[in-house]
Design a protein around this ligand. Structure first.
Ligand code: PGA
Length: 249
């Protein structure tokens, strides 16, 4: 059985005070679930949130990570810097990074490698736009996104990574993939990996992201190939994020 995982992606929201309040609210409501939970916070709040999550079951992640180890890369944050603040997860290739900040499959793969070199678990985000879905390009797009990483880091690297399927048309739009639409792609991803390595495919956690909410999480998480969620908007309130977390298998 794969362990379930729910990750909140706070994106560029909040203030230091609201971030601390949110983290405290989540920690207070955690209980003793048999699943993992983490929040990906703005870089600048990592030190403060790290202080709060220490010795709790709430994990800490970043929303991006540099594609290089160190050097003259103004404005970037390296994996080793993230590691200093106990960052366990790093999102790589979120669709907002791909579409607004020019992240390419190649740079996403480089970020993935940087994360793993520091023992940080990359959360590789993949997914198609509405146009790509309408043109039946979903699987081809996902193949390319996965291949970039597999070709650079090897199939075995997925044993220390998480995949998040996030249909771009469902992110922040209120449109969720139906349980069946999501399961279809999750199953496809798992089979694609299984064709290369069955054991890794059986083990890798594949999260769903895209307008997951307390009222649709249970149905999504009940699908056999959905191992949890990457939650944007609904992770900004402790109550709704915890409700989603309590919906895991
Ligand atoms: P959303 O975002 O839940 O607000 O749609 C998901 C994500 O971007 O990770």
């Amino acid at each position: 059985m794969r362990r379930s995982l729910v990750i909140g992606n706070w994106k560029m929201n909040g203030t230091l005070a609201s971030a601390q309040l949110l983290a405290k609210g989540i920690i207070a409501g955690l209980g003793s679930a048999d699943a993992d939970i983490a929040v990906c916070v703005p870089y600048i709040y990592l030190p403060a949130i790290n202080e709060l999550v220490k010795d709790t079951a709430l994990g800490l992640g970043s929303q991006n990570i540099a594609d290089k180890a160190s050097g003259a890369y103004t404005g970037e944050i390296s994996a080793s810097m993230l590691k200093e603040f106990n960052t366990q997860y790093a999102l790589v290739g979120h669709s907002e990074r791909r579409s607004y900040y020019g992240d390419t499959n190649a740079s996403v793969a480089a970020r993935y490698v940087q994360a793993q070199e520091q023992g940080i678990i990359p959360v590789l985000c993949v997914g198609e736009t509405l146009e790509q879905r309408e043109q039946d390009q979903t699987f081809a797009v996902i193949n390319e996104q996965l291949d970039a990483v597999i070709n650079l880091a090897g199939i075995g690297s997925l044993s220390k990574a998480v995949i998040a399927y996030e249909p771009v048309w469902a992110i922040g739009t209120g449109k969720t993939a139906t349980d069946e639409q999501a399961q279809e792609v999750h199953q496809y991803i798992r089979q694609y990996i299984a064709a290369k390595d069955q054991a890794i495919a059986d083990k890798v956690q594949i999260l769903y992201g895209g307008s997951a909410k307390p009222d649709n999480a249970k149905g999504l998480f009940a699908q056999p190939d959905i191992d949890g969620g990457l939650i944007g908007g609904a992770s900004l309130e402790a109550e709704s994020f915890l409700k989603i977390f309590q919906s895991v298998k």
